[in-house]
Design a protein around this ligand. Sequence first.
Ligand code: ZN
Length: 243
Amino acid sequence: MTPEPQRRLIVFTGSGISADSGLDTFRTSGGESLWAQYDPEVVCNFDCWEENFELVHEFYSRRREELAHVAPNKAHFLTVDWEKRYNAELITQNVDDLFERAGARYVMHVHGFLSAMRCVSCGAQWLFGYRRFDPATDRCPKCGRMESVKPNVVFFNEPAPRYAQMWKSLESLTEDDVLVAIGTSGLVLPIGQIARRCPATTILSNLESAETPRDEDFDHVIHGRAAEIAPQLDALVTEIMER
Ligand SMILES: [Zn+2]
């Protein structure tokens, strides 16, 4: 019989973990990337997305196509393994479905989900898969409108409805618990500040090879690409969780 786990484990992830799968991301994009071909202030901006409707959908159609051609890596599988072993809570800023494809039961996507749509008129949300949005045929399944169909991704200037739930989870951690951050730059959500205030044991998987100022905010830091350091990260988390 396995005893009921005493410690909670929250795994907070950002774009770096998916960059290791070859997924092009905003913060890591190079010259030829998809992100370099579109202005995020235009295609990811809630204030003007309706004016740029076709461009917004073209960009997100291309992102879904890109997502269809990548696969989860060792770091995704590791977090899913922690979910099984320790009932870990997976919170991600990523909009891709790589945790789900690695077998995750539940992932809190605080910035939305790329392969889903939302109707800003009636509030309906539905899974859309990896295909292109087609203005000729795609409609909201509930109200039938087309012009109110938006990728179910949180844009700039748009409220993030899951933030309240995320803060509640993070703020409920105690000194017995563990917080692991993987592949997050801290630019959107201040993970360093969160870790500094958090009474739990905090671990940063820092994808940069050199030390960064936010390293000081964590109890443990492991440098290197997420997929490559997965065994080392697993050993550390296992040691603390089973202490
Ligand atoms: Zn609708």
